[in-house]
Design a binder for this molecule. Structure first.
Ligand SMILES: [Mg+2]
Ligand SMILES: [Zn+2]
Length: 250
């Protein structure tokens, strides 16, 4: 059996509905000013829309401290936190690859005391200005990507491709739930593992990654047909993730 001490193992975590058990963007708006929830139905790109939502929260008096405290307290399966600790103890590298934003994720990791378990948090960059208002920018800012599978602000597949090229891990496990996780899933290799959230898995109702795995063929940015060659394991809870990740690390 493979020994993680002898081979480099990488664990990639999507954040919303994967590492945590909610969408951090809608969670913070609902918790602080639920009357702004209607705005999420705008056809605007999600990251730009979220930047306007946090601008609106600031205009309504939400301080930096209150915003950070709220995003730090998102619901999470205890088993997921145990899985992160187990992977860290096994000396696996871990990164978060998320379409949320860096400030929300960092606040959560600090609160849980888990920041040291991750070598990188790759997400839409966010920062507070001197007045205390948060600004969220697209990950691919000003540079268009040509991926037909991904939103314009972030192609997780291109990020994962660069990560694999830069770190050459022997094996990768990827934890995901949403449609945006399909492109990076297609970058995984036969020896890798895709952990795909599947129903029943309350309170999540939409399983975009599973839908794309089982849906009609789609083209990738490489010009071929999108295909996942990694082993796929479905998960429904944090305990499922813990068991699957323990098995992967063994
Ligand atoms: Mg997600
Ligand atoms: Zn992509």
């Amino acid at each position: 059996m493979a020994d993680p001490k002898q081979e480099s193992v990488l664990l990639v975590w999507d954040y919303d509905w994967s590492l945590i058990n909610t969408n951090s963007d809608t969670h913070v708006v609902e918790a602080l000013h639920p009357e702004l929830m209607d705005r999420f139905s705008s056809p605007m790109g999600w990251t730009q829309l979220m930047d306007l939502q946090v601008k609106e929260l600031f205009a309504r008096g939400v301080s930096r401290a209150r915003l950070e405290a709220t995003v730090a307290e998102v619901p999470v399966f205890p088993g997921s936190l145990d899985a992160i600790r187990a992977a860290h103890e096994a000396k696996a590298s871990q990164v978060i690859l998320s379409d949320a934003n860096t400030v929300f994720i960092e606040a959560f990791l600090q609160k849980e005391g888990l920041r040291h378990c991750f070598s990188d948090v790759i997400s839409n960059p966010a920062s507070f200005d001197e007045e205390g208002r948060l600004h969220i920018k697209p990950f691919h800012d000003g540079e268009a990507h040509d991926c037909p599978l991904c939103p314009s602000n972030l192609c997780k597949g291109s990020v994962l491709q660069h990560l694999l090229g830069a770190t050459s891990p022997a094996r990768v496990a990827y934890v995901g739930d949403g449609g945006g996780d399909f492109c990076p899933a297609c970058e995984l290799r036969p020896q890798d593992l895709l952990l795909c959230r599947a129903p029943p898995s309350d309170p999540l109702k939409r399983f975009g990654l599973l839908r794309r795995l089982e849906g009609p063929a789609q083209a990738t940015r490489h010009g071929g047909i999108a295909q996942v060659v990694a082993k796929v394991v479905k998960w429904h809870s944090g305990d499922d993730l813990l068991a699957a990740i323990r098995g992967f690390l063994r």
